[in-house]
Ligand binder design. Sequence first.
Ligand code: GDP
Ligand code: ZN
Length: 349
Amino acid sequence: MLIGTVTALLANYYWVTLDPGNWPCEKLLCKVRSRLRKTGQQVFVGDRVEVQEPDWEGGRGAIARILPRTSSLDRPAVANADQVLLVVSTQQPAFEPVVLSRFLNLVEYSGLKALVCINKVDLVDAKQEQEILARVNYWGYQGFAVSALEQRGFDALEAAFQGSITVLAGPSGVGKSSLLNRLCPGLTLRTGEVSDYMGKGKHTTRHVELFTLPKGGYVADTPGFSQLELSCDPQQVAHLFPEFRPYVADCRFRDCLHRDEPDCALRQANLERHEYYLDALKEAEQKWQIQSATADAESLEKVLSQASGNKAIPKLKSIHRAQSKRTERQKLAAHTGQIWVEEDADEED
Ligand code: GDP
Ligand code: ZN
């Protein structure tokens, strides 16, 4: 049986990198068999698939089956990702603990493991580098201090990539493309596009692609972030901070929100990110309210339209509709630790 990993998509074709074997070629350009297509299952980059009818001369094949996924992100669409490497820089743009913390929350929400790469260490002295690293460790994460420019600190990073599918994410301009170009010689990703910082008003339609690292592992480069909003149950927010875990069980109330409740063990611990937590909590509460209000309004509208036999009824205020769409996107964004990309029709034929 021919098994491989989907490493790129091009319109209706998929590049499948075959598992090592005695095959005439390493990669096949595949279509999805119509029987699989009819099931409605979408093939993602990162999917493990069974390929049939290989045409070795033409380098073609057909994807007949998707093997069970261990994880699946919607945006970017990546299957079987193991971890997210958040890339930030020491300077240009300057290290922003709040921004990193938000990215970390989003990754925690996605359920994937988060790692932090601090790039551009050539722009600071050893002491500043250590301070940032210590902070990241204190928050409960493994950090890698590197310089894409000087190709420094790569060994530990390359070891972390081995045997995994890693999604690369982080603000624009921190050096993600530079890093990938260095890690995969031969790759020529465009760098220096800081102009589209935070991607405001601009949707990126670039497809996700998995790059095979020479020392093992796959890396998915993803389009830039445009927003960092979290939409989750307020009760869940504290779970997005790993360093809180030893304390929260000791709060007097089981449903403690760690804000002003008496005998809150977390507040007493006085951790650095408690203040970030309070901001995240406030935001989650606001979103949660809007979301439930929208859900209520929409089910009311549905009931009304059914009761009226689908006769024209006044539409709900457009603000509700707009919010509903937005919260939906935010939810997706939060799930993926990544911000939405323009919908690419991913039909397979
Ligand atoms: P991306 O938007 O995250 O993909 O960032 P790019 O790779 O496009 O890099 C943005 C800018 O930072 C470019 O001008 C790079 O040359 C520069 N850059 C990237 N890595 C480093 C580094 O390690 N040190 C320094 N000093 N500059 C870097
Ligand atoms: Zn508490």
